[in-house]
Design a protein around this ligand. Structure first.
Ligand code: ZN
Length: 309
């Protein structure tokens, strides 16, 4: 073999090896760090809920406002390049005399070209439900959860009912392209808590920083004692919990700037919870299959029922 050819082949071999390693690291690798942990005990939350007087919610409704479509490996590292749908939801806890909204999706403009579906009617119902709600909480400050709030046509009236946390407002760049107009938050008093806090009968917020600084899970116990854990985007889909595999590092590092180890700890804790307490309905941020199963089982109801209906 001529020397130049040998050299050229050698260079290509090195390039392919480097590219292969980079591909593995950024697209496929997702092993649980040995020191990943998340301190969380569902019994503490239950105890606090049990000692909070008042009627708990009677049922939970949902609106599927929009949908993204991501490559599978973006959702669960190593799952390949076929497209998977990522529905965007808003949930509504219905009490005899009030309601609470969990997550506010986004409008079509914020979603832009990233959306593969947008339901105008669902969005309109969600907007009306936000006006009726006594509380509005978001699982985290990303545009597909806070966006519907930031662009609400009657924001000034509903903002006092929004239980945004200090952490959710601490890094506004995380919410972009969603953002509150200059001055809108003047005088707004964000919620601050450590660990978890009960915000209404049957409802607790559980801090879960990692995906974003303001990420939290919402625990719900209905009047009939059925339990739910809305985990926001700690897990985009249930498969993250089942396999304890994260989003591809390409996504967590360059697009989300996420605390990957913290999220791993949460996935491990949720996996342990799912084994110890299989009756708790764990609801990931964007899982059409799980939500479909819960609807089928009568544990979630499709469509917000509003006072004027
Ligand atoms: Zn999301």
């Amino acid at each position: 073999m001529p020397k130049w050819l040998k050299l050229t082949l050698g260079v290509f071999a090195v390039l392919f090896a480097v590219a292969g390693a980079a591909y593995y690291w950024f697209v496929v690798e997702s092993s649980m760090p040995s020191d990943a942990e998340y301190a969380f005990d569902i019994r503490d939350v239950r105890r606090a809920i049990g000692s909070t007087p008042g009627d708990r919610p009677e049922r939970i409704e949902l609106e599927r406002v929009a949908a993204f479509s991501f490559p599978a490996t973006a959702i669960v590292a190593g799952d390949g390049w076929s497209q998977r749908e990522m529905p965007v939801y808003s949930f509504r806890l219905v009490y005899p005399d009030k309601s609470i909204i969990i997550d506010t999706a986004l409008d079509a403009e914020l979603g832009g070209d990233n959306l593969v579906a947008f339901d105008e009617e669902a969005y309109a119902r969600m907007n009306r439900a936000m006006e009726e709600a006594s509380l509005i909480v978001i699982t985290h400050e990303h545009m597909d959860h806070i966006g519907g709030l930031t662009v609400h046509p009657n924001l000034a009236a509903i903002l006092p009912n929004a239980q945004l946390t200090e952490r959710q407002l601490s890094e506004p760049a995380r919410s972009l392209p969603a953002r509150f107009e200059e001055g809108v938050l003047d005088g707004f008093e964000p919620l601050a808590y450590e660990g978890f806090t009960v915000i209404a009968p049957g409802v607790a917020l559980i801090a879960a920083p990692g995906h974003t600084p303001g990420s939290q899970m919402v625990y719900v116990q209905l009047k009939n004692y059925a339990e739910y854990l809305f985990v926001g985007d700690v897990a985009w889909q249930y498969r993250n919990i089942l396999t304890q595999r994260q989003r591809a590092r390409l996504v967590t590092q360059f697009f989300l700037n996420e605390d990957r180890k913290a999220v791993f700890g949460q996935l491990a804790a949720l996996h342990a919870l799912s084994e110890a307490e299989p009756d708790i309905a764990i609801v990931p941020g964007h899982d059409g299959e799980i939500v479909g199963q819960l609807v089928e089982a009568g544990k979630l109801t499709e469509g917000f029922t509003l006072a004027a209906d």
